[in-house]
Design a binder for this molecule. Structure first.
Ligand SMILES: Cc1cc2nc3c(=O)[nH]c(=O)nc-3n(C[C@H](O)[C@H](O)[C@H](O)COP(=O)(O)OP(=O)(O)OC[C@H]3O[C@@H](n4cnc5c(N)ncnc54)[C@H](O)[C@@H]3O)c2cc1C
Length: 472
């Protein structure tokens, strides 16, 4: 008796993991393939000691990701702040807190801006007024036909038109949108910025809470994902790099790896956009939506790890808008050490929209960070740097520019059996983040579940584009 051919999910990042789990829970036989030896994709760590490619954080508004982490049993290995608190330090060493403040909790984190010390009373009132306008305009844009300028305009222009000056931008607007969108307001659409700000600030007191893994990223995600997938009876094959999708006429009939060709009638391609074209037949790669994958603009993240010979007084998370350090994470504390009981202390510095850092040598980047650090953490001045590493991810995320946002394709395609996933696809507004990846994977799985398998039941002889079949 012939057993049902599995759906093949290509790519074991968060999008692929979410797609496979959703399929598995619906009872759909599924095979997950990834070219690497660990699951997690860009959520990854490397080396010895194991360091993340860049500290990954999420917010309380990332509901699908939080649910996925629960499903994976990662609650105990994940921190989510009990109350939203983002310390922001200025050039004079003064700390201001963005986040909820007890009595104001009921009206949400936005209300906490009312006592944010880095903006004066006029700047705070103006920022609150502009935030309310942004919310109102976003609601109007949701109404059909009224979203044109909102989607096509740049957020920097919107901020200027709404009289948000350099200080409001630096200490509030850019501080929140540049890391979440991985691009400055000069590069992103107003709609993209409004989406994350509304999710993070208008959703209630918990939405701006910050969460992170308490272990190195690969250790965090890989084992848990493998266990959950196999408990559903799904198969995972690592070190399986897909070279080519095989078609029989218009239908998907398999995927080709160095280990052989795997028969399937349904595929979820959960790959980054720049990897898509090489595995699709030429004629298909030139057709929308696949052709747009090559035109999607990406943005870099640079992660800098600095280990000092003693504690230097860094909180778990610290925003530094006046310094090139941008966001500092105390890795030692995040990974569970009691406050400053460690002999050494390691920081992870995350540089967003980091194209300008890419051409510099690692030594130069480390020297810049080392020089800037004592201005925001004075104890770093007398500490000795015992180890340092720089990690560059040129294609860390896509840029949610007005042009790129239009190019993000839906998960369902017109090609029978072929579905897309990945944080770069259309996620209903989520930028290319962990949450975006999970949303895309779940949507791709639902598209597969709703789409019955093709009737064609090709034989092995059809695979590899033998006589009688033609590439699309
Ligand atoms: C340094 C850095 C910091 C970040 N910080 C944050 C953050 O703080 N918060 C946040 O929410 N997001 C952050 N992101 C973004 C987030 O990591 C990504 O949006 C998300 O992980 C993308 O998931 P994905 O599944 O869409 O793609 P990927 O994670 O890229 O997964 C694609 C998978 O496909 C596999 N693959 C590729 N080619 C093939 C092939 N031919 N055959 C088989 N498998 C293949 C890859 O090995 C990979 O596992 C960060 C990203 C980086 C790089």
């Amino acid at each position: 008796m012939r057993t049902a051919r599995p759906v093949v999910v290509v790519g074991g990042g968060l999008a692929g993991i979410a797609a496979a789990l959703t399929l598995g829970r619906a009872g759909v036989p599924t095979l997950l393939l990834d070219s690497r030896q660990v699951l997690g994709g860009r959520v990854r760590s490397f080396g010895d000691p194991e360091r993340d490619n860049g500290q990954h954080v999420f917010l309380g508004c990332c509901e699908r990701l939080i649910r996925l982490l629960d499903t994976l049993g990662l609650g105990a290995e994940t921190t989510l702040q009990e109350r939203a608190r983002v310390p922001v330090v200025d050039i004079h060493g003064r700390i201001g807190l963005l986040g909820s403040r007890g009595p104001l909790d009921a009206v949400g984190p936005l209300a906490a801006l009312a006592s944010y010390r880095h903006l004066n009373a006029w700047e705070r009132a103006s920022a609150l007024w502009a935030a309310a306008r942004l919310d109102g305009e976003a609601r109007a844009a949701e109404t059909e036909g009224r979203g044109g300028a909102f989607r096509t305009g740049l957020f920097s222009d919107w901020l200027r038109e709404h009289r948000q000056g350099p200080r409001a931008r630096r200490y509030f607007w850019d501080l929140l949108t540049t890391p979440t969108l991985n691009a400055a307001p000069e590069r992103v659409s107003t709609a993209a910025a409004a989406f994350v700000l509304r999710k993070a600030l208008f959703g209630g007191p918990d939405t701006l809470r910050v969460g992170w893994a308490r272990s190195a990223l690969s250790a965090w995600i890989h084992g848990a994902a493998l266990r959950s997938l196999s408990s559903l009876g799904l198969e995972v094959r690592l070190r399986h790099k897909v070279h080519r999708i095989v078609f029989g006429g218009e239908h998907v009939i398999g995927v080709e790896c160095p280990q052989g060709t795997i028969e399937t009638g349904r595929i979820v391609l959960a790959l980054p956009p720049h990897r898509l074209r090489s595995i699709l037949p030429d004629r298909l790669a030139k057709r929308p939506p696949f052709s747009s994958a090559g035109r999607i603009e990406s943005s870099a993240i640079v992660g800098v790890h600095l280990r000092f010979d003693r504690p230097i007084g860094a909180p778990e998370i610290l925003a530094t808008p006046d310094s090139p350090l941008e966001w500092i994470f105390n890795t030692t504390r995040i990974r569970g050490a009691e406050a400053e009981t460690e002999a050494e202390q390691e920081l992870s510095i995350v540089l967003s929209d980091a194209g300008r850092w890419l051409p510099l040598t690692a030594d130069r980047i480390i020297a810049c960070m080392r020089e800037a650090l004592p201005l925001v953490l004075p104890e770093a001045g007398s500490a000795r740097l015992v180890d340092a590493k720089v990690h560059r991810e040129p294609h860390a995320t896509i840029v949610p520019s007005p042009r790129t946002e239009k190019l993000r394709p839906p998960q369902a395609t017109e090609i029978p059996g072929l579905t897309l996933a990945g944080a770069w696809t259309d996620t209903g507004g989520w930028p290319s983040t962990m949450e975006g990846a999970v949303v895309s994977g779940e949507r791709a799985a639902r598209a597969i579940i709703q789409d019955p398998p093709p009737n064609a039941c090709p034989s092995r002889a059809n695979l590899g584009l033998s006589r009688g079949t033609a590439p699309i």
